[in-house]
Design a protein around this ligand. Structure first.
Ligand code: PLP
Length: 321
């Protein structure tokens, strides 16, 4: 079961409230509850009918395309004003809100990071109103950004944290981690057939040792190395609009024109396909971003191979404009 389903239930159970707030662009999963929070691509919702009620979505701070011209450090102030000044005043009384859920770095949505201050303010607003601050680290967690959790870079401490994917090196496992004061299920109130699978748990314990001993530090070091190699790409290539991310979670946004920032999904797709034929597996994220999300054990030789191959593919794609 998706950890996000557990987080929805726990937030409602712990607060005895039912409203939830989520962000446009965020992806939280495809089961019915999680899908109600997901606002990434409408195809993910199309054909499935009515979803969970009592959910509002607000914009996610996207510094590269900030409507208010803010920087990566300050983008999002107006969104928080909207939350407090509009949502809480016109739609949901904050005392009815069980939780606010956010990806500290959007995965599916295009590898967009929420600024530090934004996560800190969100936490403050949650604390002020007794709302559960829920962080979805299914993609960004387990050492990928050089810390256990991406939200640690902002110095925040969620009430409920969702983890999966890297938690057991690909064995099927998800987890909700919550403060003891929050995780107060009564026996029988929550559980699942495959929860606590002993083989998956053994894989998770071994994975955690490896991450702690070497891979988290490797993610930080290799992430810095990759970021260094990609740092001048917006100068070097006309179709690279933005390079961003943390650790081994790097997004390269492809545009038709750096000035207008017109999204170039076709060029991005051409790059992803060409990379595949050169032996490099990369995936798209959002409408026009390439995501680099290699295994945490990547070494420098492999990272440099990836940069060289990608460089060739971007150069090829650039000839198409
Ligand atoms: C941030 C995030 N949350 C949750 C999920 C889980 O999605 P699902 O339950 O559909 O596998 C994913 C999967 O990609 C994800 O990236």
């Amino acid at each position: 079961m998706s950890p996000v389903e557990g987080a929805i239930k726990l937030a409602r159970y712990a607060t005895k409230r039912d409203k939830l707030i989520a962000f446009y662009g965020c992806f939280h999963g495809r089961s019915m509850g999680a899908l109600s929070l997901t606002a990434s691509k409408s195809t993910q919702r199309k054909g499935f009918g009515a979803l969970l009620g009592g959910i509002e979505h607000i914009p996610y701070p996207y510094a590269y395309r900030c409507a208010h011209g803010h920087t990566a450090e300050t983008c999002g102030a107006e969104i928080l004003e909207q939350l407090e000044g509009q949502i809480f005043k016109r739609l949901f009384d904050p005392e009815d809100v069980a939780g606010i859920i956010i990806e500290p770095i959007q995965g599916e949505g295009g590898y967009v990071s929420a600024p530090k201050f934004f996560l800190q303010e969100l936490q403050r607003i949650c604390r002020q109103h007794g709302i559960m601050f829920i962080v979805d680290e299914v993609q960004s967690g387990m050492g990928r950004t050089g810390k256990w959790w991406a939200c640690e870079h902002a110095g925040v401490e969620p009430d409920i944290l969702c983890s999966a994917k890297g938690i057991a090196s690909g064995m099927p496992l998800g987890a909700i981690i919550a403060k003891e004061s929050v995780m107060r299920w009564k026996p029988g109130s929550h559980g699942t057939t495959f929860g606590g699978n002993p083989v998956c748990l053994a894989a998770a314990l071994a994975t955690m040792d490896l991450i702690e001993d070497e891979y988290m530090e490797n993610a930080r070091v290799m992430g810095e190395h990759l970021a260094g190699r990609l740092a001048d790409w917006t100068k070097k290539f006309k179709i690279v609009g933005d390079v961003r991310g943390r650790g081994l979670m790097i997004g390269i946004e492809i545009v038709r024109d750096q000035r207008t920032k017109e999204k170039a999904a076709d060029l991005r797709n051409a790059i992803v396909d060409a990379a595949f034929h050169k032996g490099l597996l990369v995936l798209g994220a959002g409408e026009n971003t390439i995501r680099l999300s290699p295994p945490l054990l990547i070494d420098q030789e492999q990272a440099d191979f990836a940069v060289r191959m990608l460089e060739d593919c971007v150069r090829e794609a650039e000839k198409k404009i």
